[in-house]
Design a protein around this ligand. Sequence first.
Ligand code: NDP
Length: 392
Amino acid sequence: MIGICLLGATGSIGDSTLDVISRHTDHYRIIALTANSQTPKMVKLCQQFKPDYAVMASESAAETLQKQLKALSPSTQVLSGTAGLERVAALPSVDYVMAAIVGAAGLLPTLAAARAGKRVLLANKEALVMSGRLFMDEIQRSGAELLPIDSEHNAIFQSMPVDFSRGLAAAGVRRILLTASGGPFRTKTLDQLQSVTPEQAIAHPNWVMGRKISVDSASMMNKGLELIEACWLFDAKPSQIQIVVHPESMIHSMVEYVDGSVISQMGNPDMRIPIAHAMAWPERMDSGDQGMNIFEVAQLNFEKADEQRFPCLRLAREAIEAGGTSPAVLNAANEVAVEAFLENGLPFLAIPQVIEKTLEQSTHKRASSLDVILDEDREARVLAAQFVRQLG
Ligand code: NDP
């Protein structure tokens, strides 16, 4: 039995992961489930999966969970806070850690899993965006396995030669084509984008996702974060990655080889597919997806990305090119701006403005340690909050 720690069990990726695991209970056992504040959902999940550990980010939520689990799942030990998250991610009984906490809150537990040499199933792209080199070094040092869950990166991983880690050029790869759905505002003009609402932003045409990533998808910051993520995962330069808008979301990304061959991975926009792939790798297993109906898809379209209407793409590229703590600053400012937008405290078009101003005001540093990264993250949040007040 493979022991699983599911960080972010109550979210959208959490739901898809539990759906996949429920189909293979003879192979996988849930050791730990974690959440932020959704106690009622955690009670239900603990009752169903009987984990050894359940972690809530806040102490009060953990206390409430503990009381309710006394009768329903007495064998589950309840922990709280970042220390609790880090502890369960590194438990000896855990083999695989699904990193599916949203945002910077996932960094420390995901790093703990990497340090402990687990198979890290990485959905929490913000963790890698923030800590880049440091994270990849931890993976190398501990001998952990890093498998991408983001559908695009999972597709790239599937389309890469097995020996891509010796370098893209040496492995015969010319470039990566990173696909993007274009989000719900793909066809909107700049003028129309001025008045879009959070409800419109979270209504994604192809994917069902959490609120933050849905807004990132609408602003195309999601693709910007994914560009940075791809640079680290595949040791690629930003110039080796071409963003391609593909509204049908059936091709999940492509790899172009030096001989001109392009290999892609296709499938329905269903996160259970990359999750099942990464859990079973190098084998394959049923994900629950019924397979794509290619005749219903009928057409595949491709467009260039528009950095005028979606400046987050440019900001992300500039941040990874600048290196150091810039991607962490970009990520922190984005998290603050997105939260303000979701609370109707910031217009949609001001999201990139907050990020750009924060990047301009931050002192660029070498990301030499976790402390430096976390300090920059904190400072960027203070700065971004000031710009939200000015522009909101
Ligand atoms: P959701 O918002 O649906 O879920 C987030 C999860 O993280 C919840 O379990 C939530 O708990 C938990 N959480 C939130 N804040 C904290 C915190 N401060 N401390 C501890 N736990 C916390 O997000 P998604 O599932 O959509 O996304 C998760 C990650 O996966 C993101 O990084 C996203 O970019 C990435 N991803 C998502 C995809 C998708 O299809 N959804 C696709 C590719 C990547 P609670 O419910 O209690 O708030």
